[in-house]
Structures are given as C-alpha cells and as structure tokens.
Design a protein around this ligand. Structure first.
Ligand SMILES: [Zn+2]
Length: 241
C-alpha cells in the first residue's frame, strides 16, 4: 500500500520571543524569501486533504534550518550562529529535533507496517536569486539513483504538462535532490523501495502575484499528485504490496 506523507519545513517566519533580541533591527528579512518559503504553507494546506499524514513548521528557517542535517554549516543562520553551544543545543532540542524526529518516526511506522511511503516536501523558491532569473515554474527534486523517485517525478511532470503545456516543470532544479535536504537524510535511513522522497519547489512568483493563476496552480498540483498516488497505489496492490 502506498501512503502519502506531506511536509512543509519552511512554512512560516515566526521567531519565539526568547530569540527575538537576535533579530532586533532585522525584522524585514523575516518577511522575505530568506525568512520562509512564501506561499508554501498555503500550498501545503491545499495538498493536505490528499495526504495520509502531514507535518508543517512555522518557525523561521533563520532560527534553525529544518531542511538541513545537524552537521550542515548552515544549520544556524547568521543571526543564531552567534549563540553559545549550550544555547544552540537548547534551540535544537526545542525547535529542530521534535519536528525532524516526529517525521522520521512516522516514516518508520509506515515502513515497518510494510507500506511504501511517498514523501512530498513542499517548498517554494524565489524567482530571482543574485540578480538572475530562475528558469522554471515548478521543480521536482529527487535522487536519480532511486528509480521510484525518478519514475514518480516523471509521471507527475507528465500529468502537469498534459493539463498545462505552458508550465515549465524541471527536474532537480533550482537545486539538486541529492543536496542536504530532509529527504536526503531520510534516504540514508530507508531503502529505495520503502521511501520515495520528492521535494516540490514552486516559483514564488505565483503566490506573490496571487489571484486566479495561483489558485489554478495549487489545484493542478493537488489533482496531478493525487493521480500519481492513486495510479501507483493500484499498481502496488496488484503486486500485493
Ligand atoms: Zn524551502
């Protein structure tokens, strides 16, 4: 049985009061793409009804980066990097580990029940970075070595383009699926048959412009993701999985 897990690591830009002094005078940056993924939580909520389970976070990525592993140099931002080691540990205990661990536990529970899990991590990306315009509407990030991830991503792209041929959908753009995201961490824990991780990246120009087009994009993503899940769920059940 195929199950769908939805997550949203960069859903909000909240800073808990205890850490507010670190951001004093830098409040504006929290409202930009550096503070959170604009539109991601709205998209997550649109996709949520088709998922079996979902987790989202509303603390800012500038507090601690939920989409990075503990060893990553950018786990803490320039604002929180200055904290002494014991304070950093406390921050991780309160605002990083609970989120990461509950998601990992859920994957583990599904997998030990003999199910295959499709994890879609919902993200958005800024249309312009360092003066360059990004050339994609939607990115699907996966590990090319994991054949189910590649196959599901191809099916999803085909379904999106069938419904809207003008939509520019690219694989492993604007980032590589094998970079240090949450799915990359989970791939090391679960086999390619058990865990299928895809990071969905949507251009923030859509939520920024808002209106009918943004609603249309969200509905399209929900419909096509559901198609992919239902088709593969049926295929797996034919094989008794
Ligand atoms: Zn993100």
């Amino acid at each position: 049985m195929l199950r769908l897990l939805l997550t949203c690591e960069h859903g909000g830009n909240l800073i808990p009061p205890a850490y507010a002094p670190l951001f004093q005078g830098h409040e504006e940056v929290l409202k930009t793409h550096q503070g959170y993924d604009i539109g991601a939580l709205e998209l997550y909520n649109t996709l949520k009804p088709i998922a079996d389970v979902g987790f989202y976070a509303e603390t800012s990525r500038l507090l601690v980066e939920l989409n990075r592993s503990l060893h990553h140099a950018k786990l803490f931002s320039a604002y929180t990097q200055v904290l002494p080691p014991t304070e950093k540990e406390r921050l991780l205990e309160k605002h990083y580990k609970p989120y990461r661990e509950q998601v990992e536990q859920m994957v583990s529970d599904f997998v030990s029940a003999g199910r295959r899990l499709l994890h879609v991590a919902v993200h958005t990306f800024t249309p312009m970075l360092d003066g360059e315009e990004r050339q994609a509407d939607i990115g699907l990030l996966y590990d090319p070595k994991r054949k189910h991830e590649q196959a599901y991503s191809k099916e999803w792209k085909a379904a999106l383009n069938k419904a809207d041929k003008d939509l520019l959908v690219r694989f492993n753009y604007p980032y590589l699926g094998i970079a240090d995201g949450f799915p990359t961490y989970l791939r090391r824990k679960f086999s390619a048959d058990e865990y299928v991780g895809i990071e969905l990246e949507v251009n923030q120009k859509f939520p920024q412009q808002g209106g009918a087009r943004w609603q249309e994009i969200q509905a399209l993503l929900a419909r096509t993701l559901q198609e992919v899940v239902l088709r593969n769920r049926a295929l797996l059940s034919e094989h008794g999985i």
